[in-house]
Design a protein around this ligand. Structure first.
Ligand SMILES: Nc1nc2c(ncn2[C@@H]2O[C@H](COP(=O)(O)OP(=O)(O)O[C@H]3O[C@H](CO)[C@@H](O)[C@H](O)[C@@H]3O)[C@@H](O)[C@H]2O)c(=O)[nH]1
Ligand SMILES: [Mg+2]
Length: 199
């Protein structure tokens, strides 16, 4: 049997369930099982585009800037819905770097100076098409303007500057529960431990 030449991963059919802000589609799929057989699967997938996020680090003091905003899913779960997160946004036909420089100005009022990519990753490969690209960026007091999000988009965003050590400890206390923010704080923590970065 020459299974190797069979293209097993395929979208067999799709049905649009909802198209509004994003699109929710039910897919019938085929894939290769570990034993080599062809499996079938039905899955709902939500598409709201790709995204970028940045941990904003002050150049002259050991602080980071995060943004606090209202998020519906934690409210629905009965959790605190005012999440403290790294500045982030959805790509608008631009590159992740262009997107995150724009979002840093819109949300945090910060013109990012140096920007370095940490990683691109699927935030929920079970149900979302979204790939988020994570960056660490630097800023100084001269590069700050008014932030707070776009009022016409209902983005009421509180800009919060706090010591990196405080932000990092908030992962342990459960005060920071956003995955991209946790990854970025841990990435910076590792860089500080290994001498790859200093604050
Ligand atoms: N009307 C409407 N507006 C929406 C909807 N979903 C998003 N928006 C609007 O779309 C904009 C999206 O804001 P961005 O700053 O571009 O994205 P984000 O919501 O911050 O997303 C980032 O954070 C998420 C949570 O951690 C991440 O999941 C995502 O990857 C990204 O990094 C906001 O103005 C928001 O109000 C919706 O269902 N309806
Ligand atoms: Mg945002």
């Amino acid at each position: 049997m020459v299974r190797e030449n069979i293209v097993s991963e395929a979208i067999v059919s799709s049905r649009l369930i909802s198209r509004a802000w994003g699109s929710l589609t039910e897919y019938e799929l085929s894939y290769r099982r570990p034993d080599g057989d062809i499996g079938k699967m039905s899955r709902e997938v939500y598409d709201r585009g790709h995204a970028a996020a940045v941990l904003l680090c002050h150049i002259d003091r050991p602080t980071v800037v995060l943004v606090r905003q209202f998020r519906p899913p934690p409210l629905i779960n009965g959790d605190n819905p005012y999440l403290l997160e790294a500045c982030a946004g959805v790509l608008e036909g631009d590159t992740p770097e262009e997107c995150i420089r724009r979002e840093a100005i819109e949300e945090a009022g910060i013109v990012v100076r140096d920007l370095r990519k940490i990683v691109s990753a699927y935030c929920n490969p079970a149900a979302l098409t979204e790939v988020v690209t994570l960056f660490i960026g630097t800023f100084d007091d001269e590069s700050r303007t008014a932030g707070g999000g776009l009022a016409h988009e209902g983005e009421d965003i509180e800009v919060v500057e706090l010591p990196f050590e405080t932000a990092f400890s908030m992962i342990g206390t459960g005060e920071i529960v956003d995955m991209k923010t946790i990854i970025l704080l841990q990435a910076l923590h590792i860089e500080l431990l290994t001498g790859g970065a200093k604050l």
